[in-house]
Design a protein around this ligand. Sequence first.
Ligand SMILES: CC1=C(CCC(=O)O)c2cc3nc(cc4[nH]c(cc5[nH]c(cc1n2)c(C)c5CCC(=O)O)c(CCC(=O)O)c4C)C(CCC(=O)O)=C3C
Ligand SMILES: [Fe+2]
Length: 307
Amino acid sequence: MSNKKAVLLMSYGTPYEISDIMGYYTNIRNHHEPPKPLYDELVSRYKAIGGTSPLAKISDAQAKGLQAQLDQEFPGEYQVFVGYKYIHPFIQDAVKDILAAGIKTIYGIPLAPHYSAFNTGDYHARAKEVLVNHGDVTYVEAKSWWQNDDLIHFWSDQLVALKPQIDQPDTKVILSAHSLPMSIIDGGDSYRDEVEANMRTVVKTAGLTPDQYTIAWQSAGRTEQKWIGPDFVTVAQNLIEQDNIKHIISASVGFINDNLEILYDVDIELKQAIETKGGKLTRLQMPNDDPKLISALKAEVLKLAKA
Ligand SMILES: CC1=C(CCC(=O)O)c2cc3nc(cc4[nH]c(cc5[nH]c(cc1n2)c(C)c5CCC(=O)O)c(CCC(=O)O)c4C)C(CCC(=O)O)=C3C
Ligand SMILES: [Fe+2]
């Protein structure tokens, strides 16, 4: 029995090496192996960003940063664990480690600030399935935390710093987030509404006027289904071709980390699409292990501890 509380940080996870990609992708596809062309295409995207994504190291740094901030303020009270949905250490294994340590209170926080039953809701479900026969363990979950002031300011401060450029008539900010199949949104999922509310809060905090920004979606799957749109590549190219825009400022507020969707979909794909049309791309920095992000996570832990 321990008075310690566990903080469980949960995310998608990323392959550690190329040889992990098949198992990882199979898990994402609900335990169905991907067809060879899809697999090859994913491998080529990871290879294009250097073989693997920095995401695993960043998640570790976030966990260490949070542990350090909590230890400083509440010595010995918290232990931070990390669990992934699609690769080891799995969320379920992290919860088993927490139980083995004799910890009776768990604060579950997704490393993704917008709630989606499909995504972050499922992280919590995976954690709780391990606790079914552990009535003495309390699991408290963070739903959305994009409203956190430090996180909002992480984005709005960068926009304010770019204000002289944003005020130029040939410049436009594109705010983006990962798309989802429309069938999920039509089923009542709050993800799109949360993301758009987040984007509006960021631009309002930065003092942007409505003509200075637009909202778009990125990284939609290559499937027949309808996904949330418009896609940011199309939006960027239309701005350049039809609206005399020369400079696009990309803010992927849907994510908190440098990952495949940033380093490939923005830094390679979007950039090339913009440059092909004669435009120029500036991408805002991602929070990663910035002190503002760590403070946001700590604030979330303290909120759950008070609840
Ligand atoms: C909403 C959302 C987020 C944001 C919220 C959050 O951050 O949690 C997110 C994040 C991420 N998604 C990631 C990786 C992948 N997602 C895929 C596929 C899919 N994602 C989806 C949704 C999301 N995904 C969906 C609806 C699919 C279709 C799959 C299906 O249901 O059939 C695929 C398969 C190939 C492909 O389609 O590209 C991969 C490799 C990585 C890690 C990247 C790295 O390694 O750096 C991260 C952070
Ligand atoms: Fe994904």
